[in-house]
Design a protein around this ligand. Structure first.
Ligand SMILES: Cc1ncc(C[n+]2csc(CCOP(=O)(O)OP(=O)(O)O)c2C)c(N)n1
Ligand SMILES: [Mg+2]
Length: 598
């Protein structure tokens, strides 16, 4: 008998029940003594999924919550122990911050009496200042030294879901976790009006936006991740009436299917050349929910577009940061602007619409200049085949670095209902597998497809164990090209091919993939130049459950088109605008696609 009063529970239990009330259903954790009460409370209140490494638990929680926003709205949090548990989670926290995504990390902390202070580095065993480290990359952080009221916890957790979204870090001292508290009356009611001024600002601004769109001859609407994932679902006929050419950023990728009326592609530094060219020629770009970072506009942002730019973003500092020279910044809710846009009809200039079709026809998504040895499968062909094979409702997780990221982001053709999630802000290796596990746990009825390079995969491959235990319906495509093709390219272009740590010959240690996958008890097959058509590949692809496909990619595979940069004499870098990609288009095609407008 603990002697505890019947109406008392631990604060850890109360905190966890509070999270349940806030929509959290899943807890991704690596257990530890520093979170023993929180682990036990999670066991009783959540679906607990153990991960092998905390960074994966954090990344998976980000992707789970993002994926389930269009699939029931359940949320997952990461639970990590004090010290190394917290430090291991930092990459995931930074990633969610840069990508403006929800991520709740609950961490342990030493007993309140053992907290360091007075300039010493450590008092408690495994003590480290988790809150201090998380602070610059979190929306809110709390250190709980004694039980706090539910409203305070709920307020902090909720703030992560409010514009501009971001991670929340809650660190709980061991004695606070175990402290007895009352069991009754958990209160998470909120009176939150954070969005209201942004909605009002959008309504106020819309008449002017509308006027400018009516006056524009070559308009483009660019949809970013600030637009809700489901915003365009079921809106095909409506958008056909709206009649505006629409493009998507990387984070807006899965908002608009490729076969949507007036869809004009995905511009980006590693984007579709045709979309980059068209965007440069627009006379008005209405940007909804994108910060317009340098990856989107190119380093040479001055030449990004000739048009007027109206940028709608919830974060005022993104509108005044000085690039890409936004003509009009609106701190407002992009979804409200979009909802008002859906009510309009714009008589589109046929010359512009025909030009868009023509440029997309003349400048194919997969550049014919790319080459590879004939025994290999081009990663572009793989993604093209995956786009054909995948069903509406499936989820694609590209890697977050290297060709496993930019090839799918450039090449995949989105069907209505599919989700595509990557993390380009931090662009860290090791994100793909962990993210795909999160997405698969969020969508038990859907298939999840991961495309990740061998280098990126190596940074979190231990989670194959989690895939095996959970028996997720996850198809893993591992692009095996003897290491870091991206780094080889840099070292070839700028340092005359003096390779360092980028492949086996230069000292990088990667495993024999089929042996490694088998050690985790997972089915594996090699994918050769026949791609998905090979019988043993097709068979495994159709079988439910997890499977790994090791795709032989030529280490010398080329990745065109690309924006070229050069090192200046003073050591700085100079880049072409993103519509001037290499290799150059033929003179004949260039004359037609780069026609001047008067
Ligand atoms: C954590 C981390 N460390 C280093 C880098 C730098 N980096 C960018 S791409 C890359 C190689 C990625 O290899 P792989 O996933 O196999 O893709 P590939 O380059 O072969 O297309 C490296 C090391 C990074 N993005 N993230
Ligand atoms: Mg590689």
């Amino acid at each position: 008998m603990s002697g505890r009063n019947m109406t008392e529970i631990t604060y850890a239990e109360r905190l966890t029940r509070t999270l349940s009330r806030l929509g959290y259903t899943h807890c991704f954790l690596v257990p530890g003594g520093g979170i023993m009460h929180l682990v036990d409370a999670a066991r009783k209140n959540m679906t607990v999924v153990p991960f092998v490494h905390e960074v994966s638990a954090g990344i998976a929680a980000e992707y789970f919550t993002e994926t389930s926003s269009t699939n029931g709205g359940d949320k997952a949090y990461a639970l990590v122990t004090t010290g190394p548990g917290a430090t291991n989670a930092m990459t995931a926290i930074a990633g969610a911050y840069l990508e403006s995504r929800e991520l709740l990390v609950v961490a342990g902390q030493v007993k309140s009496a053992d907290l360091a202070g007075g300039g010493i580095r450590q008092r408690g065993i495994q003590e480290v200042d988790g809150r201090g480290m998380a602070e610059p990359v979190s929306k809110e952080t709390i250190q709980v030294v004694e039980p706090i009221v539910d409203q305070q916890l709920a307020g902090a957790v909720r703030s992560g879901a409010m514009p501009r979204q971001g991670p929340v870090f809650v660190e709980v001292c061991l004695d606070a976790q175990g402290a007895p508290v009352d069991e009754t009356d958990i209160d998470v009611s909120a009176d939150d009006h954070a969005l209201e001024p942004l909605v009002l600002a959008a309504r106020d601004a819309f008449p002017d936006v509308h006027r400018r769109l009516l006056a524009a001859r070559r308009p483009v609407v660019l949809i970013g991740g600030g637009v809700a994932p489901g915003a365009f679902r079921g809106m095909r006929d409506r958008w056909a009436r709206v009649g505006l050419p629409v493009m998507t950023t990387w984070n807006g990728f899965d908002r608009v299917p490729d076969d949507f009326p007036y869809f004009a592609g995905r511009p980006n530094t590693w984007g579709q050349r045709s979309a980059n060219i068209l965007l440069a020629q627009a006379d008005l770009v209405l940007v909804l929910g994108s910060r317009l970072g340098l990856q989107q506009t190119g380093f040479n942002w001055q030449a990004w577009t000739n048009g007027e730019v109206i940028q709608v973003d919830v974060d005022g500092s993104e509108l005044t940061k000085g690039h890409p020279g936004t003509s009009r910044g609106l701190q407002a809710d992009a979804n409200t602007i979009l909802a008002l846009l859906f009510e309009q009809e714009y008589a589109s200039d046929m010359q512009w619409l025909n030009h868009i079709d023509r440029v997309r026809e003349l400048v194919p998504i997969i550049d014919p200049a790319n080459t590879h040895g004939q025994d290999f499968l081009s990663p572009y062909a793989l993604v093209d085949q995956l786009a054909d094979w995948m069903s509406p409702g499936d989820v694609l997780i590209p890697a977050s670095s290297g060709s496993g990221q930019f090839v799918p982001m450039e090449t995949f053709r989105l069907k209505e209902g599919q989700r595509v999630i990557t993390n380009k802000g931090l662009a860290s290796m090791g994100y793909g597998l962990a993210g795909a596990i999160g997405a698969a746990l969020a969508t038990p009825d859907a298939r999840v497809v991961l495309v990740e390079g061998d280098g990126s995969f190596s940074q979190n491959l231990q989670e194959l164990g989690t895939v095996a235990v959970q028996q997720l319906d996850l198809k893993i495509f591992l692009l095996a090209n003897d290491g870091y093709a991206s780094i080889r390219t840099t070292q070839r272009n700028y340092f005359g091919g003096a390779y360092v740590g980028c492949d086996q010959a230069s000292g990088l240690g990667l495993p024999d993939w089929p042996s490694l996958v088998r050690a985790f008890g997972l089915p594996v097959v090699d994918v050769g130049s026949d791609g998905l058509a090979a019988p043993q590949v097709a068979e495994l692809l159709e079988a439910p459950g997890p499977a790994v496909f090791v795709v032989s990619v030529d280490p010398e595979q080329t990745y065109f088109p690309k924006v070229t940069s050069r090192v200046r004499e003073d050591g700085g870098m100079e880049s072409n605008p993103i519509h001037r990609m290499s290799p150059e288009l033929s003179e004949e095609i260039a004359a037609e696609v780069f026609q001047s407008w008067s």
